[in-house]
Write a protein that binds this ligand. Sequence first.
Ligand SMILES: *Cc1c(COP(=O)(O)O)cnc(C)c1O
Length: 402
Amino acid sequence: MAKDEQDSAGREWRPETALVHGGVTRSQYGETAEGLFLTQGFVYNSAEQAEARFKQEDPGFQYTRFGNPTIQMFEDRLRIFEGAEECRVTATGMAAVAASILSYVKTGDHIVAARAMFGSCRNVIENICARFGITSTIIDGKDLNAWREAIRPNTKIFFFETPSNPNLELVDITAVSEIAREKGILTIVDNVFATPMLQRPLALGADVVVYSATKHIDGQGRVLGGAVLGATDYITKYVQEWVRQTGPSLGPFNAWVMLKSLETMPVRVRAQCASTAKIADLLAGLKGVSRVIYPGRADHPQANLAAKQMPGGGQMIAFEIEGGKKAAFKFLNALRLILISNNLGDAKSIVTHPATTTHFKLTEAQRDELGISDGMIRLSIGLEAVEDLADDLTQAVKAAKG
Ligand SMILES: *Cc1c(COP(=O)(O)O)cnc(C)c1O
């Protein structure tokens, strides 16, 4: 099947169908499941073909750092699902974030980013970029005026995450993208927390969406990966060149795992979201829990924006245990089923204490600014029976009070 035919079929498919059939290319054996091409290189029929391939006059593959049939199937499936013109995948989510930013800026440029973001993203923007003379302004992403006021003549990128890690603050994707577009600034959205199922940044006006595929795309705690999706011009001129030349390429095996994971992602994420909504309500009713932050609840400070841009509350909850770090640790240590770890989006439910782990490098003032208290717990809901999760959380919250 030619790529064009596949695309025109793909455009008519509903998301669930695109995630099962999108991007498939079959070998001469006609395999049902996607082939795993665990190969570094490709053989040419003749010297002439090799020459043509290097000149990009012959469409085949050259070397897996540049491209590979399994990797391309993963890129095509994700691209069709997301409705993007192009997609390039990378070895990790951070490789995708770094490629999306560093491939596009040069010394003297400026980036504006929302302060509530994944720690490593903040490090890339604030520290690594700064070493190359790329400056940044970190703002409160909820405040539209702050975005406008931070713009300088050399601003090239707006970068933000919504909902944010760990406090589930939202940024208005449409409004911020509009501010950027007026000034020719590229808007990049880290869409990990929303999951690819619940939020479509490109449809809402953003230019680029980045993923840590490590999270809901794999969804089963196995392999790392990342993806950058956007317009053909941006991806081929900047991101593709960066990935091909600097080499943060995804391995074919990991691409194959991710490709197969996409088939079940809607079923997994839907089940996780349904459980998460129930658990958020349960936690809000427990004595010893002073606050629950969940974008699907009416008491979320930005519930209206959540309803507008996320058709579902997601599978992450942040909540506050009364009694600070001591009570929070008692709670964590009392859990019998839910695991203490720092990943998210997994089939296994996971709790994290951000103040002492994922966000321990921030100063206390920075943590206060982000609303990360010593009693705050981040909870990623998995695929277990919701009753078992409810029992475990209830007994652990009780134990924290004792
Ligand atoms: C995990 C994560 C990343 C980084 O992804 P890796 O696959 O761990 O490199 C970036 N942004 C967000 C929001 C994440 O949750």
